[in-house]
Design a protein around this ligand. Sequence first.
Ligand code: GDP
Length: 555
Amino acid sequence: MRVYELAKKLNLRSNQLLKTISKLGIKSKSNLSSLSLEEVKKIKELVYQKPSSKKREKICPRDPVITLLGHVDHGKTSLLDAIRKTRVAQQEIGGITQHIGASEIKFQGKRIVFIDTPGHEAFSAMRAQGAQVTDIVILVIAADDGIMPQTVEAINHARAAKVPILVAINKIDKKEANVERVKKQLTKYDLTPEEWGGETICVEVSALTRQGINELLEMVLLEAEMLELKADPEGELEAVVIEAEIDRKKGPLSTLLVKKGTLRRGDIIAGKTTYGKVRSLINWKGEMLKEAGPSTPVRVLGLSSIGTPGEIFKRVSSEKEARLSVEKFIEKGREKTPRRETNLEILLGKKEEKKERVLNVIIKTDTQGSLKALLDVLKNFEKKGQKINIIHGGVGEIKKSDIFLAAASKSLIIGFNAGISPENNDLAKKERVEIRRYRIIYEVVENIERILQGFVEPELEEVLVGKARVREIFKIPQVGIIAGAYVEEGRIVKGNRVKIIREEKIIGEGSIGSLKHFQKDVKEVISGLECGIKIKGFTEIKKEDIIEAYETKQK
Ligand code: GDP
């Protein structure tokens, strides 16, 4: 039999058959009459073998999932609305659209999924849990306003997540719009527009007039095509919580985005802390679905509790198995696992592992000037085998979004005269994010040097224990200046080290010299009470200042 004849019999193309033959180690022959029956059988097996799941994954394209990020009021919500309105005909929706935290549109016959603008903090919080839901970030910049602090933050969050950025220059209908200025600003952030010789796609749009929306979507599809997104609908299920709320009537409602496999009604699924049998699946148009494949956001009813954004769900065989796995996880969380490594050691990686030590840092400072100074110093900080990688730098208090970004990108947070709320301090501990706060640039440099050298330093740690707001200042002869304050959080203890915060900046330090509750000297005042504080080492205290109290503890 000749090759083409056998190929025809096996319903293959000749070159496919030849490939299979050579795979089996049989020298390709144009005449196959010398093949043994055994060999023909093997060829048949190989040809009709179901492709492995890895192979199938390679051949199943997946639709892109998009997130819009940007500065407040630059038009993220309006743009998403305009996209939906342009692409989804009213009659197609039929019922009432559901707020499930995500939506889908069709453009040029292709599906595109949009996650409702989550804010940078939610974006990185999901990533801190190991879930990457976004394939492409659309960075929205208002043409009349240009790049603003949260734009920079968005750029850095997207970069840390290694998600490609597509720029939408919005509000071009406004007469104050200045597209060229935005493009020029973009070059400073390594986002040089394509038309200026860079690689960043910029689309000029108006959410108001809907100009440029189609072009934006075209670019989304183009970018998605280049990413070659794949997922196997028949593979193991992986679905991520993107939104969760409790409905008084329906109970816990969670929106899951299916990443891999297919989620079906009746499935039993388990995450880290939540499990349940899927009672119903509802898409954003309010339609009941039987199943949801890769890149489909669905509201799921039937879970035991809402789950947390970023929590990853898998399919399990029984409710019992699900319950056991969740209980085991919760139990594990209760046990205090002995900490072998410090956070910094984790940040730096094992010495032997990498030739070059790279320390990722996030910098928050009191002023633009000090930010620039610090960035200049740290950027040039490159010594033999040591490098600093600046993930983000901004002005203001250390916020939740900074902590999640640090957790997701394994960064050290450097606070330079920058405050932090006790709540965020706790969050940092929970997320095991290391924060170092300084007041002098010299200290930063010295400390970073030591960190990089592997002296994982202070065994002592300053822990924020309370916060009081100054309501009145009393000048008492022979005693000095007393701050009449109200303890807003935690407790203030005599002897505590304190930092004085004014307008989110540290303006001084000292310690609690004396503490009075009404006329009585006390050792401690707890939240909800007023007190008189005399600060040792600082006399410039003013009304509305915040006194942060710290205790020093062994780490
Ligand atoms: P977000 O905070 O980024 O979600 O911004 P919004 O979508 O809430 O928009 C902020 C404001 O800008 C709203 O008053 C919008 O009406 C307005 N806005 C958004 N897009 C456009 C636009 O393309 N042109 C004009 N003129 N105004 C817009």
